[in-house]
Design a protein around this ligand. Structure first.
Ligand SMILES: Cc1ncc(C[n+]2csc(CCOP(=O)(O)OP(=O)(O)O)c2C)c(N)n1
Ligand SMILES: [Mg+2]
Length: 334
């Protein structure tokens, strides 16, 4: 692998951190919702969309980022936020609805916003694409070489916002990289039932921009393709569309019976778990040994535990602050 060792190790560490975070959120999410699943109950009320299995799409861009770059992600945002380096303590606190969270506990897991690094996401499908185009326009006007990355699912690629964003970004040659996370399902709808062509990357030619397909859920393949797409945007040559085939290991949301995917499909998917595959490759190529891996696991687990402890020890927002920091705050009369 013709990639600096520190990048290879950094991607592995970040994948482990993301997976551990998702596992712990899953445990704590369910802890007080069972045995009768009550979505409104417990420490983390509401829906929860976790990204276990999709780590490669997030970590592959990480070594190519520079300070000031902007990222928009989706309703399934944790892997991308962690890979960009969003403060893990504040992110966990937001998920638990605490005052110390990124949005002072008012946004929850689908609405994580950070100024430094510049990260945003939304529960509205397709929302992040035009926002990333706006960020890229701002970079152009400011004369920086920053880039905007927009993550979205293959389901979202059928939204009008996809067309509008790619068209405008191409027309104005804006520094954006559009990244389609193709996990083959939009909730329970398989891609073939919603999308006229097999690969969204082919749609790029309709906008006169490069479209690249990453066919494996592999951080090294993502690293290579994202390196080129980000460099192209940074030097002023305009946007690209990258589609990455990936796997959502768990249900669409926590509590999803996931009955629309066969047991055979799920078994095969688990057998190609990208952390195991990539870890074995790093061992085989002598990049890491077993002891290195154990200490990485420990360090990443400790980081996640510290973030969860910070969140759990933080206060809830005061009831009287409910109308602060929201658009309706000034006009609503109670
Ligand atoms: C505008 C809008 N329409 C519908 C929904 C309901 N919804 C939530 S997730 C989802 C599917 C998204 O699928 P995809 O883009 O492939 O992302 P994935 O969940 O696979 O990561 C839908 C339709 C929504 N949140 N926003
Ligand atoms: Mg999908």
């Amino acid at each position: 692998m013709d990639i600096p060792k520190d990048h290879l190790v950094d991607m592995y560490e970040t994948m482990v951190k993301i997976r551990r975070f998702e596992e712990r959120i899953r445990e704590l999410y369910f802890a007080d919702k069972l045995p009768a699943f009550d979505i409104a109950a417990g420490l983390i009320p509401g829906e929860m969309h976790l990204a276990a299995g999709q780590e490669p799409v997030a970590v592959g861009m990480r070594p190519h980022l520079k300070a000031g770059d902007a990222i928009t992600a989706t309703h399934r945002p944790h892997h991308v936020a962690i890979a960009q380096g969003v403060d893990l303590n504040k992110m966990a606190a937001e998920i638990f609805g605490r005052e110390t969270g990124l949005g002072r506990g008012k946004g929850g897991h689908m609405h994580l916003f950070s100024v430094e690094p510049n990260f945003g996401c939304s529960g509205i499908i397709g929302e992040g694409m035009p926002v990333a185009v706006g960020a890229a326009m701002a970079f152009r006007h400011k004369g920086t070489d920053n880039v905007a990355l927009s993550y979205f699912g293959e389901g979202a690629a059928n939204q009008g916002a996809f067309h509008e964003s790619l068209n405008l970004a191409s027309l104005w040659k804006l520094p954006v990289v559009f990244i389609c996370e193709d996990n083959a399902y939009a909730i329970s709808v398989p891609k073939a039932a919603s999308t006229a062509i097999p690969d969204n990357s082919d749609r790029a030619s309709a906008y006169g921009i490069p479209g690249v397909l990453v066919g494996e859920n592999d951080p090294v393949a993502v690293y290579e393709v994202m390196g080129e797409a980000i460099a192209r945007a940074r030097r002023g040559d305009g946007p690209s569309l990258v589609e990455i085939k990936t796997d959502r290991l768990w249900g669409h949301f926590e509590g999803d019976a996931d009955a629309y995917r066969s047991e055979e499909f799920k078994t095969e998917m688990n057998e190609r778990d990208p952390i195991i595959v990539y870890g074995n490759r790093l061992l085989a190529e002598g990049v890491l040994n077993e002891a290195d891996m154990a200490s990485i696991q420990q360090a990443m687990h400790d980081d996640v535990e510290a973030a969860i402890e910070f969140a759990m020890a933080s206060p809830y927002p005061a009831p009287e602050s409910a109308l602060e920091d929201v658009f309706a705050g000034r006009s609503v009369q109670l």
